[in-house]
Design a protein around this ligand. Structure first.
Ligand SMILES: Cc1ncc(COP(=O)(O)O)c(C=O)c1O
Length: 415
């Protein structure tokens, strides 16, 4: 085990970036805020807040439709956000980058538009046992509509996907394989390249849910070669209400639209309508303009820091946090995968996670407790819930020390 006394103090990145996040400069219940709920949503740097504010103060207009200066500026800024997403995930073209409300909507879009056109009675959809509800329920609904079957690849006691059993569940009827890049409940990093290769071999489509990955590690959708990759802006230091569906252009072109209305059409008569080009075919109605702009600013921010620095910082924090939590008597970490990101899910003997969350909140420490929208993961480990501390670039070893001290308080009060 790590010798905590000699643990690296990986604070240089956090020291550099903390000042960029105004929300972190506050007291909660009279104590400095320690924000450890980043897997739920990350905090926003000043540059993201400023970009959205600037849009409303100077450029607010509807996009794509106007010839006036404000509309042109708004369109340029919004489409600029799309180009930043394209470059960030290394997509071939902005035609492959569809803005949605969030990852949940992105997956629903695929399950509806692609799924209804491609999945038939007797077909199968394969997911993993560590999925977020967003990557379970839309497939369940699709299977119910189509008369198809949902299959689930198992995970082991560490929270790793059992890849050979997963592979054995693939049959000639498997039409879609959908898997998380990184589990929000366990921190497991899935072998997505292998999953994509299995799908390719079987002739199945494949969707990767990158909601948790996109803010921890670089993503190259072109190299990965899946059919769909989804993520959500608010976890990537961007605003809520904006998500991304990346899809391979040929696959998106072959799909019918999802929602109907303005912007997604080329022409409309009462006899029928024709569809706009990508990506607009899948973007009905006035989009979340300031969301696209804010997400672009978030990508600028993250790119300027770089995933080498972010990854090294978070890996050191995870190591430190794992060692510190492991010293606590009666604490069990849930999720100890071989490849893991900075998520520390745990249970404490005899104390309900909800009570843990409430007591540590009084100490100024924000963690999440519950099933983390992954009830099947809780069932797999035979627990109702966990407490989860999840780390981001601005967290410090002092934040983890504060959590450990707050857990001491939990023991004092409830243990
Ligand atoms: C792995 C994973 N997938 C999907 C989602 C859904 O994200 P959103 O609620 O922004 O759609 C989350 C959010 O926690 C997640 O962690």
């Amino acid at each position: 085990m790590l010798n905590v006394a000699k643990a690296p103090r990986p604070q240089s990145l956090a020291d550099r970036v903390r000042a960029d996040f105004p929300i972190l400069r506050q007291l909660v219940h009279g104590r400095p805020l320690v924000y450890l709920d980043n897997a739920a949503t990350t905090q926003k740097p000043q540059s993201v807040i400023d970009a959205m504010r600037r849009y409303y103060e100077h450029d607010n207009a509807n996009v794509h439709r106007g010839v006036h200066a404000l509309s042109e500026r708004a369109t340029e800024a919004y489409e600029g956000g799309r180009e930043k997403v394209r470059a960030f995930i290394r997509a071939h073209s902005t035609r492959e980058v569809i803005f949605t409300r969030n990852a949940t909507e992105s997956i629903n879009l695929v399950a509806r538009a692609w799924g209804d056109a491609n999945v038939r009675a007797g077909d199968e959809v394969l997911i993993t046992a560590m999925e977020h509800h967003s990557n379970i329920v839309p497939w369940q609904q699709l299977c119910a509509r189509a008369g198809a079957t949902l299959r689930v690849g198992p995970i082991d006691d560490r929270g790793d996907l059992i890849l050979d059993e997963f592979a054995r569940l693939i049959t000639p009827r498997t039409k879609m394989i959908a898997a998380a890049h990184l589990s929000n409940a366990l921190g497991t990093i899935n072998p997505v390249a292998e999953i994509v290769a299995l799908a390719r071999k079987a002739g199945a489509a494949v969707l990767i849910d990158g909601s948790q990955a996109a803010y921890h590690m670089p993503v190259d959708v072109t190299a990965l070669g899946a059919d769909f990759y989804v993520f959500t802006g608010h976890k990537l230091y961007g605003p809520t209400g904006i998500g991304v569906l990346w899809g391979r252009e040929a696959v998106l072109n072959a799909m019918p639209p999802f929602l109907g209305g303005g912007d997604m059409i080329r022409s409309v008569t009462f006899a029928g309508s024709t569809w706009n080009d990508l990506p607009y075919k899948f973007e009905a109605g006035t989009p979340h303009i300031e969301g696209g702009i804010g997400l672009g600013a978030a990508i600028d921010y993250v790119s300027a820091i770089g995933f080498d620095a972010i990854g090294a910082h978070e890996a050191a924090l995870l190591e430190y946090g794992t060692a510190r939590l492991s010293e606590i008597p009666g604490l069990r970490l849930i999720g100890t995968a071989r490849r893991k990101a900075s998520v520390l899910s745990f249970v404490l003997d005899g104390i309900h996670p909800h009570d843990i969350g409430t007591v540590v909140d009084r100490e100024g420490v924000a963690i999440r407790t519950g099933h983390h929208c992954a009830q099947p993961v809780m069932d797999r480990f035979g627990i109702p819930a966990t407490a989860r501390a999840s780390l981001a670039m601005y967290n410090t070893t002092e934040d983890i020390d504060a959590l450990v001290a707050a857990l001491g308080r939990v023991r004092q009060l409830l243990g």
